[in-house]
Design a protein around this ligand. Structure first.
Ligand SMILES: Cc1ncc(COP(=O)(O)O)c(C=O)c1O
Ligand SMILES: NCCCCNCC[C@H](N)C(=O)O
Length: 413
């Protein structure tokens, strides 16, 4: 949300803070990049619901994507019900619904197969346990491969980490089950913005598994490729994917999560209190642990998209995609630490060099609040759950969903 939009939001009928704002125009801008990549490469793109599943904006995403992929029974059902793969969709519009889980329980399989167009098993033992049921319903089956190399700067998000459970790596064992599968999924990138690194890693996969790939119909290369960065060589990526697809005679799938919604969401909060303890401190009416948990897990700060000093002017900090917390000088007293209101001592949105001091009542919009945030929100401390506000393509504002005490209570018993 830029400063002007924040001002407009304040003038519109909006719920009390905290609330997430999703900007459909920003989502569509990402969608157009994905669609271009698909058009140039022949790849198909599936939204990774684990990253973003706020289905109130799926109408604007559907025209550009080929479907969804999932990590659980609930996600595959959501994809089926909300993303154009249901009995109402005409066959030309019908989207694909891919099912994957690190481990399915036996009782989930029949329902998963009701929704799935393809089911991808994480291990050979899961494949052996459930392949007959998939075959009985003519659902194509895939297996996740682990190439044992990756592009991830975070160990916690590294699928090729030592002793990883994510996929099979032993070529002989994989070759032995080839007649049971028509495709594979390989996800080994995380926020990788280097085409060269991606390409080298794909070359490594080819050298390890090339003869296996040549016997398949489809290969999903997962998510984690940051091809929406303004300087990313999209054409080179498209060309690389096209050649890969032609070399092995496979349909390539991509599973963009973060790339689909990067820069499209903000979390709008209000300053409830200010204090001073060697540095300026502010406490907002949201919580990093409850409302932007991914940042806490990855030890990152929330970018500030805009600040509204209540009575005075709107102070833009930058746009959500670019705004970053200051690389704060630990000694600097004029930097402000923005805290969440939960009891966690380290409930910190970030430390920032701000144009002016924060006051009680100021509104702060944190950027990049769509991916891995809304799907992880929780009721820690009973902190108010942010409402979900959508800025539609025509500029109108919908308050899509508000949460109250009954939702909190119902989530616990
Ligand atoms: C199998 C798989 N596909 C796709 C994704 C989406 O990744 P990203 O949101 O980084 O694009 C993930 C992330 O966990 C994943 O594990
Ligand atoms: N901004 C910090 C990194 C966030 C990574 N989140 C995505 C996880 C990823 N898709 C994975 O686990 O593979």
């Amino acid at each position: 949300m830029n400063a002007k939009n924040l001002e407009n939001s304040i003038n519109a009928a909006l719920p009390p803070t905290p609330y997430y704002v999703l900007d459909e125009a920003a989502i569509v801008a990402n969608m157009k990049i994905i669609a271009r990549l698909c058009e140039l490469s022949g790849a198909k793109a599936l939204l990774a619901l684990k990253c973003f599943a706020t289905w109130g904006v799926f109408d604007v995403m559907q025209p550009y994507l080929h479907g969804t992929t999932s990590s659980s029974l609930n996600e595959v059902r959501l994809g089926y019900e909300t993303f154009g793969n249901n009995d109402d969709a005409s066959s030309s519009d019908k989207k694909e619904t891919h099912a994957y889980s690190v481990a399915y329980s036996a009782d989930e399989i029949p329902e998963v197969l009701n929704y799935a167009d393809k089911i991808i098993f994480n291990s050979i033992s899961q494949l052996n346990a459930f392949k007959a049921q998939a075959a009985a319903q003519n659902i194509p089956v895939g297996l996740r491969l682990n190439p044992k190399t990756s592009n991830s700067s975070f160990l916690i998000a590294d699928p090729a980490r030592p002793f990883s459970r994510l996929g099979e790596h032993d070529k002989e064992k994989i070759a032995a089950v080839l007649s049971d599968i028509t495709g594979v999924m390989i996800h080994n990138n995380c926020e990788n913005d280097s085409f060269e690194a991606f390409s080298e890693s794909l070359a490594d996969i080819e050298s390890r598994f090339g003869d296996i790939l040549a016997q398949l119909e489809w290969v999903s290369l997962g998510g984690g490729i940051h091809f929406i960065a303004p300087d990313y060589p999209l054409e080179k990526l498209a060309d690389r994917l096209k050649v890969f697809s032609e070399t092995y005679g496979v349909q390539v799938y991509l599973e963009p999560g973060e790339a689909s919604i990067h820069g499209a969401g903000t979390l709008v909060t209000t300053v409830l209190d200010t204090m001073h303890n060697q540095k300026n401190l502010a406490v907002v009416d949201a919580s990093i642990e409850a409302h932007m948990l991914d940042l806490l897990i990855y030890r990152e700060s929330a970018p500030i998209a805009a600040i509204n000093h209540t009575a005075a002017d709107i102070a833009p900090i930058g746009n959500p995609a670019e705004a970053a917390p200051s690389k704060a000088n630990a000694e600097s007293a004029d930097h402000t630490i923005i805290y969440g209101r939960s009891c966690l001592a380290g409930d910190i949105f970030g430390e920032y060099a701000l144009p002016s001091n924060l006051q009680i009542g100021d509104q702060i919009a944190f950027g990049n609040a769509a991916g891995y945030t809304m799907v992880k929100k929780n009721w820690f401390n009973g902190v108010n759950m942010p409402a979900i506000v959508i800025r539609r393509l025509d500029g109108s504002i919908d308050i899509q969903r508000e949460f109250d005490y009954q939702d909190y209570k119902a989530s616990l018993s």
